[in-house]
Write a protein that binds this ligand. Structure first.
Ligand SMILES: Nc1ncnc2c1ncn2[C@@H]1O[C@H](COP(=O)(O)OP(=O)(O)OP(=O)(O)O)[C@@H](O)[C@H]1O
Length: 246
């Protein structure tokens, strides 16, 4: 299982530094959450990890390999999966078709001479496995747009897992999920985390505190603190700057 890290990472837009000298380690088999106030640099960090944004200075590594020069597609091949909100879902296709299409696309990317006839059964089995994992077996034949918000988030997670990533980057997986869906998503993220490295950006502090092994607090593009949930809760600087003394 791979982890991921960044070292002395800077991302600048002109004279403005969205990230300044950020060094972090996302350890294998753990859930690490990135929190911080609006504009702290969370999205910029996620984009630098996935390769959507180029660092001005510093390194990003998957395992021991420096991946600065690799774009998102290559990083995906190296085992980094990122959940995208809705944009990867074909709303008029069924849940199963969405998963099978993603599986086919991946098989073709990995093996350009792959022929559907050789492997449709394998893809269907993979889709079944993921359907069960994300709790959508009963909804397999429903079109994606007929799903509840919570089920759509589960499908997005399923689409990320189709790539069988070692490292999963979840960007606000609870966005739009109603009160009733939160426990389910929480449980789902725990399931996803088994045997994987999870990097989570999420605003729901109860969920972050309950789920995370490690927490990174960003503020003004810098690392304000890192630690376990208990350490972060007890950190005076964090309380003053962000948690508001809750
Ligand atoms: N393309 C860009 N050009 C210039 N400034 C940018 C660009 N992208 C982000 N920024 C700035 O960088 C800073 C960090 O933004 P970022 O979106 O990473 O923060 P965030 O922590 O994800 O915030 P939020 O919680 O509001 O999503 C902000 O001040 C933002 O205005």
């Amino acid at each position: 299982m791979e982890g991921m890290s960044c070292n002395n990472l800077w991302v600048s837009y002109g004279a403005f530094h969205a990230l300044s000298d950020v060094s972090l380690s996302f350890r294998p088999g753990r859930i690490t959450s990135i929190i911080g106030p609006n504009g702290a640099g969370k999205t910029t960090l996620v984009n630098a990890l996935t390769g959507s944004v180029a660092p001005s200075r510093g390194d990003v590594k998957i395992g021991k390999r420096t991946v600065n020069r690799f774009g998102p597609a290559k990083r995906t091949k190296m085992g980094l999966g990122r959940s995208f909100q809705t944009i990867n879902v074909f709303s008029e296709m069924s849940v199963r078709e969405n998963l099978e299409l993603a599986a086919q696309a991946r098989a073709f990317r990995l093996q350009p001479f792959w022929r559907p006839a050789q492997g449709l059964r394998v893809l269907a089995e993979l889709a079944d496995k993921i359907l069960e994992m994300v709790g959508l077996t009963a909804h397999a034949d429903q079109t994606a747009d007929a799903l509840s918000h919570g089920d759509q988030r589960a499908l997005e997670l399923g689409l990320t897992l189709i790539g069988e990533p070692d490292i999963v980057l979840l960007d606000e997986p609870l966005a739009g999920v109603g009160h009733n869906g939160i426990d389910r998503m929480d449980a789902l993220i725990r399931t996803v985390a088994e045997g994987r490295t999870v990097i989570l950006v999420e605003h729901n502090m109860d969920v972050v505190m309950g789920l995370s092994d490690d927490i990174v607090v960003l503020a003004g593009g810098q690392v304000l603190a890192t630690g376990t949930p208990d350490e972060i809760r007890a950190n005076e600087t964090v309380r003053a700057a962000y948690l508001g003394g809750e």
